[in-house]
Design a protein around this ligand. Structure first.
Ligand code: ATP
Ligand code: LTN
Length: 334
């Protein structure tokens, strides 16, 4: 049955890809790529809500695409990989979504509150209306499932509300999507600040974030330097955020449950535990990094894949946009 279902997810090319992106999102995308029709893109339009350096944005966009391709999410067969800015239907449907979303709903978004407190000199309208563009991304492709990390759950719920609101007014236009949030890895925290999400664009301390661009030794060292606590028991608990985070990371790469991992490490010292986590992460990342480095060297290959991706995405997106415009009462273009 999953054969005909569509899954869709986008990532912002707003920095170097992190272990959080990989474990919270991409690893699930890769698992599902075999079973579903998949649409994956870089959300370059979304990055403008925070000021970007154009050269960095170009570099980050190719890096993020190289990673998606290294994970096997390419355009072979049924999957579509592209850049959001190449399909203008996103910006067009986002305007419509803006007119069917209430300011009160947008004001409640945690990401808006978070980012506006961090970027006080640039609280632009896009930062507030960001979920309308995200809703457009999802609804244009009639996505059934949207695999994301925990931080995006609220945006997904808003998308569902707006889709239902629109359908109630105009009949069944949109598919109401479900969020898919993995059981482990959905929220990887910083290694130095384990009470805050590991984030590619908010990393003052380089040891806090594992970047997929880091070399294997750097990755292992960052894990070995992760903050823990002084009680020396390896258990997940609210007052042990450092250990809990390392256990989550370990489980996300090995597929084990937290209980299994706790049993495995019972009685072990923190040093040995961190060494085991580092080894598991490095083993998981080594082949992926090798592929990623190889693909990144071939700009033309990446650019060709997204050209083809944009053409295929456009066909689906404009079909939906046409239907929406017709329902709204816009004159047909004859
Ligand atoms: P930014 O720092 O620019 O906000 P980000 O690193 O949070 O970016 P996004 O581009 O917003 O990453 O997210 C890409 C995907 O990775 C999303 O599905 C998001 O939920 C997931 N993700 C990001 N950070 C983490 C994390 N620390 N743990 C789990 N999943 C994450
Ligand atoms: N808001 C998301 C990125 C994003 C997205 C989407 C995710 C933009 N459009 C559509 C899933 C579906 C983020 O910041 N991670």
């Amino acid at each position: 049955m999953s054969e005909n279902k569509t899954i869709l997810s986008f990532v912002q090319p707003s920095g170097d890809p992190t272990l959080g992106n990989y474990l919270g999102a991409f690893k699930n995308w890769a698992k599902m790529a075999k079973e579903y029709n998949c649409i994956y893109a870089i959300a370059d339009l979304h990055t403008l809500t925070v000021r970007q350096n154009p050269a960095d944005l170009r570099k980050n966009s190719r890096q993020m695409l190289a990673l998606l391709l290294a994970l096997g999410l390419d355009n072979e067969g049924k999957n579509i990989v592209f850049a959001q800015s190449h399909v203008s239907a996103h910006a067009e449907l986002a305007w419509v979504m803006n007119c069917y979303t209430y300011i009160g709903e947008l004001n409640r978004m945690t990401q808006f509150k978070d980012k506006s407190s961090k970027h006080q000199a640039n609280i632009n309208a896009g930062l507030l209306t960001y979920p309308c563009l995200m809703a457009a991304d999802i609804l244009l492709y009639k996505a059934d499932l949207v695999p994301v990390g925990e931080d995006q759950r609220q945006h997904l719920e808003l998308t569902r509300d707006v889709a239902e609101r629109f359908n109630n007014l105009y009949g069944d236009v949109f598919t109401v999507p479900e969020a898919y949030i993995g059981k482990v890895g959905a929220r990887i925290m910083g290694l130095q600040e384990p009470t805050r999400k590991m984030s590619k664009s908010e990393s003052a301390n380089a040891n806090n974030v594992i970047f997929l661009n880091d070399d294997i030794n750097q990755i292992a060292n960052k894990i070995k330097r992760a903050v823990t606590d002084s009680d020396n028991t390896i258990k997940a608990a609210e007052d042990k955020p450092g250990i809990t985070n390392l256990l989550n990371i370990y489980c996300a790469v090995t597929g084990k449950t937290v209980e299994e991992a706790e049993k495995e490490f019972a009685g072990m010292g923190y040093g040995a535990f961190k060494g085991a986590v580092a080894e598991a992460v490095v083993e998981d990342l080594r082949p992926l990094k090798a592929k990623y480095d190889e693909i990144l060297k071939d700009k033309t290959y990446i650019d060709n894949i997204i050209k083809d991706g944009a053409e295929r995405a456009s066909k689906i997106a404009y079909r939906t946009l046409g239907k929406v415009y017709k329902k709204l009462g816009f004159l047909p273009r004859t």
